[in-house]
Design a protein around this ligand. Structure first.
Ligand code: ARG
Length: 260
């Protein structure tokens, strides 16, 4: 019995190491059997309904968009669930070629990365309890506000209350901030409209409201590459243009958001 167990343990170790090795190998330099380049797409698959992980499979609006862009643009892709911060690191290091993750095109990000044409319009929203007296972002002053760290949600909160606002609680991923809100550990969450609307719809037991502050500007999601990667960017924009023209992008939008 003991020997058997050991044997299984070492087998598991070997398999595990093999998996790790192949994971490490899947850098930005993949080629298909034909020698054709396979672009590694990084995403943070915890952002429903844009990027989700269901039964170990990455799915969602952005996944459909990127796959359609690649098909129309004539290039191959391979998916990698990197998480949010590591997605940017991956692009810097070259282990990721392309990022799609509801990434808002901002001037600050444009210093280090290049973006495709926009594929989605969004804005920030504030999530509070339905009976909350909060009506604007300013009403949250002094309150605990959660959201995903290093996002445009964090930006609007810090713009309103200062870079070192102590009430801000930044999480590595969006679901953790929403969980903490539902458990009463933060008074509000600030984040992208599509995601917060998804959660409000999903959690039917309690009632919540979503508030749009006048200061929240229009945001546009773009597909991101390392600055200067014109090879990938040209192919992406070409594919994106095609799926905008043939109605595929709209079709994907309607699949997830209804034809509003
Ligand atoms: N649109 C926001 C931003 O770009 C949030 C995106 C977060 N995406 C994600 N997959 N967690 O900052």
């Amino acid at each position: 019995m003991k020997i058997g167990k050991k044997w299984y343990t070492s087998l598991a170790l070997i398999v595990g190491m093999g998996l790790m090795l192949s994971a490490c190998g899947s850098g930005g330099q993949q080629t298909a059997g034909s020698g054709e380049k396979v672009y590694v797409i990084g995403t943070d698959a915890a952002y429903p309904p844009f990027q989700m992980l269901e039964a170990d499979k990455i799915s969602g609006h952005d996944i459909d968009v990127m796959n359609a862009v690649a098909e129309a643009g004539g290039f191959k892709v391979e998916w990698k669930n990197t998480g949010w911060d590591p997605l940017f690191d991956g692009l810097d290091k070259g282990t990721v070629d392309i990022g799609i993750s509801s990434i808002t095109i901002t001037d600050k990000r444009k210093e280090k990365y290049d973006f495709s044409e926009p594929y989605f319009e969004a804005n920030q929203l504030i999530l509070v309890a339905e009976d909350s007296p909060v009506q604007t972002l300013a009403d949250l002053k002094g309150k605990k506000i959660g959201g995903q760290a290093a996002t445009t949600g964090e930006e609007v909160v810090k713009k309103a209350f200062g870079e070192t606002y102590e009430g801000w609680k930044g999480y590595d991923d969006m679901p953790s901030s929403v969980d903490d809100f539902f458990n009463g550990r933060v008074d509000a969450v600030v984040g992208d409209n599509g995601v917060l609307q998804y959660y409000v719809k999903k959690i039917e037991k309690k009632k919540f409201k979503l508030i749009k502050d006048d200061s929240f500007e229009k945001e546009f999601y773009g597909i991101m590459v390392k600055k200067g990667n014109t090879d990938a960017l040209t192919k992406i924009n070409d594919g994106l243009k095609k799926i905008k023209e043939n109605g595929k992008l709209q079709e994907i939008h309607d699949k997830y958001f209804g034809n509003k």
